[in-house]
Design a protein around this ligand. Structure first.
Ligand code: FES
Length: 251
């Protein structure tokens, strides 16, 4: 990780309660890949004392975008930043998604509002891609106009359409050579069942997920982010946050 001073070029509220900041930071955009994170200084004083971890949400010419909820503890100061302000950040951190280097069918699947780490995959894929999203309310659905036009996008809204969501997930798993996902543990358990029912002996890295963990240092020092994996404890910040789903212990 290295330090960057990124000027905010634009700000928006793409969904109620979410803040999107467009950052001018060419060196970070060139060196980072989807699934990696930055550690952002989020005050002018000592509260919060530590930098805050944020996934890199989108990739654009000369910069990146971050997406967060200002209502999260510690994020209010960041939510009050505006175009022209400068952010002090470290990055990129961690291991991101390993994307196919040639054209392949890619599915990005997300349940809930934790989609910030995976949408940037759609900015970097070389072949056909689709986004399957399951959210509780229509207000939480990612705006279509913010996605590349060629992406096939299926938002599923509401608990009552849960079956339709899983039908879409099953269809996406059958179609895709690579699946990248973000969501809660229960979602990962079901996704793994669907994946194993639709693929015979897939390569382990064909299904990769973002693991949301508490991160204090972001550098493998504090042990706040330890995860249980089939290879023993691993740091989410330096061994992840992206992992092969089959490596995780989903208790
Ligand atoms: S965040 Fe400190 S070891 Fe991972």
């Amino acid at each position: 990780m290295r330090q960057h001073l990124a000027v905010i070029e634009g700000a928006a509220e793409p969904m109620p309660g979410f803040r999107l900041l467009l950052l001018d930071c060419p060196a970070l955009a060139e060196s980072a890949r989807p699934g990696q994170f930055i550690m952002v200084r989020a005050s002018e004083g000592y509260d919060p004392y530590l930098r805050l971890p944020l996934p890199i949400h989108r990739f654009r010419e000369g910069g990146v975008a971050i997406l967060f909820r200002p209502s999260q503890p510690g994020y209010a100061w960041l939510g009050d930043r505006h175009p022209g302000d400068t952010l002090d950040l470290l990055g990129p951190g961690g291991v991101g998604f390993a994307l196919p280097t040639t054209s392949a069918n890619v599915a990005v699947i997300c349940q809930g509002t934790g989609l910030a780490p995976v949408i940037g995959i759609l900015d970097r894929v070389l072949g056909p891609a689709q986004l399957v999203l399951g959210v509780a309310t229509s207000a939480q659905a990612y705006p279509r106009e913010l996605l590349p036009a060629e992406i096939e996008y299926t938002p599923h809204v509401g608990i009552a359409v849960g079956d339709a969501f899983w039908q879409a997930v099953t269809g996406a798993c059958r179609w895709a050579n690579h699946v990248y996902a973000a969501g809660p543990t229960a979602f990962y358990r079901q996704l793994l069942r669907v994946w194993e029912s639709t693929h015979l002996r897939p390569p382990p890295d064909a299904l990769q997920v973002w693991v949301d963990a508490d991160m204090a240092c972001g550098m493998g020092i504090c042990n706040s982010c330890l995860l249980n994996t089939r290879r023993g404890p691993r740091h989410a910040c330096t061994d992840g946050p992206v992992h092969n789903l089959s490596d995780l212990v989903l208790d």
